[in-house]
Design a protein around this ligand. Structure first.
Ligand code: MEV
Length: 434
């Protein structure tokens, strides 16, 4: 076991790497050259990445792919996706093309409200607390003016602050529950700064005006944003679903709907169904420099809002029309944070024609819906492995360090044969024996 190290963050980058390599790696030269191989040749770009976080030693690459042909509210987009899973971008592109020929995607933002809370303990009378809160509410807002000035000028800011009695859940527990409009910013810093100022004013005034003890526990935004909602949908007459892989559109529509209905009532399936949706959502969220952990946490909480975990997408067949839609909470930003810092994020946003946060909510929701359409379509027709393994083929070939010539021959062979790991290994061995 290595010894603990103190003052690690104060070491230089090369000292950190030397410590790491000396402590954990048997082939030190190989480890060192791997770390260095992933550095950017441009020192400025490397410095930028070094400074995103603490203790950076190198860069961790993910592919940035694009899925073209997304028609959203009659506008064509090419969607950037940062993801490692081999079939995701291919599936998104396929779904985009399928719906391009059937009127495209329709999307609308339903609401854009963000939430933050000051959690505090108080052991006095609720009536006293409530009148105190009402009397100082204007001051809570007034004292944040330095923080909110710019946001207000653009039309956003604090929407409301409520006092909430949570003592039924936890002894002495109350909240200031605040709502915000943060426009094109995700708003985490703005909200947290406002909350910390509320907490400061609240505590100071409580000490002057209340007889009972009031203790602020913490002030933080909530990543649960059920009122920051977007809806996206596709629809077409059932017979228009007919295509190369759908010979019987009525049967397809019924089976597809049944699969979605299963995910609406069966949590084990719902989790995997929603994971497929998040394949599309996370990839765009990451490519556009947004916080995918925040989005994940909020989306899954929303999926369980009715008391059990459910599908985020829904399907109906009415009046001979197939309709498939998603409704999800997405707190996204297109200004601030990484959006102005990371060169590839800027590139991704420019590719999307510099969307507003609302535009981006629609694009991301569509990516999730498209991904889910592609997955459920495969699952209810050919099964998922056919497409998956075709895409995985290259990964297996790379594991075996296949040459371009070998890859060409083997890809050709598997155009008409089922891809399995052992079949690929067999094919490589066969070629290499010749
Ligand atoms: C794999 O990453 C995602 C799927 O499992 C989603 C689904 O089952 O709907 C294919």
């Amino acid at each position: 076991m290595p010894n603990a190290i103190s003052g690690f963050s104060k070491l230089t980058k090369s000292e950190k790497i030397e410590w790491l390599i000396g402590t954990y790696f048997s082939d030190r030269e190989a480890a060192r050259s791997l770390v260095e191989q992933y550095w950017n040749a441009d020192e400025n770009i490397q410095k930028l990445h070094d400074e995103f976080i603490e203790n950076t030693i190198t860069n961790y690459y993910l592919p940035l792919g694009v899925a073209p042909n997304f028609l959203i509210n009659n506008k064509l987009y090419t969607i950037p996706m940062a993801i490692e899973e081999s079939s995701v971008v291919a599936a998104a592109s396929k779904a985009a093309k399928f719906w391009l020929d059937r009127g495209g995607f329709k999307a609308e933002v339903i609401s854009t409200e963000k939430i933050g809370q000051v959690h505090f303990a108080y052991n006095g009378s609720f009536n006293n607390l409530q009148s105190f809160f009402e009397s100082i509410k204007p001051k809570l807002i007034e004292d944040t003016k330095a923080i909110t000035k710019n946001m207000e000028r653009r039309g956003g800011g604090i929407l409301d602050i409520e006092l909430r009695d949570k003592t039924e859940d936890l002894e002495n527990y109350y909240q200031l529950h605040a709502t915000f409009e943060t426009l094109d910013a995700m708003g985490a810093n703005f909200i947290n700064s406002c909350l910390e100022q509320f907490a400061k004013t609240f505590k100071q005034e409580a000490e002057k005006q209340l007889n009972s003890e009031l203790d602020v526990v913490m002030s933080i935004l909530s990543n649960y944003v059920p009122n920051c909602l977007v809806r996206a949908e596709v629809s077409c007459p059932i017979e228009d679903l007919k295509s190369k892989d759908i010979s019987n559109p009525k049967l397809f529509a019924q089976k597809f709907k049944q699969a979605v209905n299963i995910a609406e009532v069966e949590p084990y399936r719902a989790v995997t169904h929603n994971k497929g949706i998040m394949n599309g959502i996370d990839a765009v969220v990451l490519a556009t420099g947004n916080d995918f952990r925040a989005v994940e946490a909020g989306v899954h909480a929303y999926a369980s809002k009715d008391g059990s975990y459910k599908s985020l997408t829904h399907c109906s067949i009415e009046n001979n029309t197939f309709r498939f839609w998603i409704e999800i909470p997405l707190a996204l930003g297109t200004v601030g944070g990484l959006t102005t810092l990371h060169p590839l994020v800027k590139f991704a946003l420019e590719m999307l024609e510099n969307p507003t946060a609302k535009d981006l909510m629609q694009i991301v929701a569509v990516a999730g819906l498209a991904q889910n359409f592609a997955a459920v379509k495969s699952l209810t027709t050919t099964g998922i492995q056919e497409g998956h393994m075709k895409m995985h083929l290259l990964n297996i070939l790379n594991q075996f360090e296949a040459t371009s010539e070998e890859k060409k021959k083997i890809v050709e062979h598997f155009k008409t044969n089922v891809v399995t790991h052992s079949a690929v290994v067999e094919a490589i061995e066969k070629i290499r024996k010749i």
